[in-house]
Design a protein around this ligand. Structure first.
Ligand SMILES: C[S@@+](CC[C@H](N)C(=O)[O-])C[C@H]1O[C@@H](n2cnc3c(N)ncnc32)[C@H](O)[C@@H]1O
Ligand SMILES: [Zn+2]
Length: 281
């Protein structure tokens, strides 16, 4: 579906956008085509960041998430958002760094009156997210730039294992809106960090989250979630292939390291789901 147009702004001049056939256009004449795959590219001219997920990473992510290993995280996130969004009969949920849109779909399933907008710098991710749910749409943009999203237009902003831009979250969020974050703890995937050489989560991640979001938001709730997964080698390959380590360890070396693991292998998943509300409404 097309993104809710009142949520968007032109990335060039910040005017509202209107739909004309398969194109979004602002009053100044800047035009953005809706791609055949259903997403809109509003990347403000710049090239996609090197952090964009590749087609292979998105395929790996869909395979791993599709096997429901993180379903309880999606459910906790959806419950947190549904429970904390107030004051809107038609909530707008913005997922920044949405990937394939798996978590956004879980939220939209829980909130039938809501519309969801997935933002990601990867067109491969946006392609999947645009089709992930009947009430979801997707836009390609850079989370470190000004988002092509109107002021105060989101009831909730979600950030799941993804880049966070607190000043922009604050600008686009409705006055009574919430931010919900899912972040890994240092125990996340610990068994694979040494065995495969995955990038580890730094011990001060939570402190850094508090410092960066804390400038604009206060933590209202925090829910630790931890589970031990039993993963076959194909699951491990998908898990490694969807994460940042996929860029650093060449494919053949990854496969060799996975082959040396027990099959199946037990791996800990450990995250925090936190709800943040504006400190000064
Ligand atoms: C670890 S993945 C998480 C995806 C999704 N939230 C999930 O958990 O399934 C991080 C996502 O952020 C996107 N990303 C990386 N840099 C970005 C940027 N500068 N702006 C927007 N998205 C970005 C990647 O393309 C990728 O889809
Ligand atoms: Zn414009």
């Amino acid at each position: 579906m097309l993104p809710p147009l009142d949520m968007l702004e032109c990335p060039v001049c910040r005017s509202p956008l209107a739909a004309e056939g398969g194109t979004l256009r602002c009053g100044e004449g800047h035009a953005f085509d809706v791609a055949r795959h259903g997403y809109v590219n509003l990347l403000g001219g710049g090239a996609a960041a090197g952090t964009a997920d590749t087609a292979e990473m998105v395929t790996a992510r869909e395979a791993f998430l599709g096997a429901r290993h993180y379903e309880y995280i999606a459910e906790a996130l959806a419950a947190a958002i549904a429970g904390a969004v107030r004051g809107s009969t038609a909530p707008r949920v913005l997922d920044v760094g949405a990937g394939s849109g798996y978590y956004l779909a879980a939220v939209l399933d829980r909130m039938p009156a809501a519309a969801g907008l997935a933002l990601d710098i990867s067109k491969y991710a946006a392609r999947r997210a645009a089709r992930v749910h009947p009430h979801a749409s997707a836009v390609v943009c850079d989370a470190w730039d000004r988002l092509p999203v109107a002021d105060c237009s989101a009831s909730a902003v979600m950030s799941v294992f993804a880049p966070r831009n607190p000043a922009e979250f604050s600008r686009v969020l409705a006055k009574d809106g919430i931010v919900v974050t899912v972040t890994p703890t240092p125990r996340h995937l610990a068994e694979l960090i040494d065995a495969i050489g995955l990038i580890s989560v730094d011990d001060r991640k939570d402190e850094r989250l508090e410092t960066s979001l804390g400038e604009h938001f206060a933590r209202e709730a925090s829910r630790p979630l931890e589970a031990v997964m039993t993963l076959g080698h194909a699951d491990v390959a998908a898990l490694v292939g969807m994460g940042p380590s996929a860029r650093h360890i060449v494919h053949a070396e990854r496969e060799a390291r996975i082959a040396r693991l027990p099959d199946p292998v037990t791996v800990t998943a450990s995250v925090n789901v936190a709800v943040w509300r504006r400190s000064q409404p």
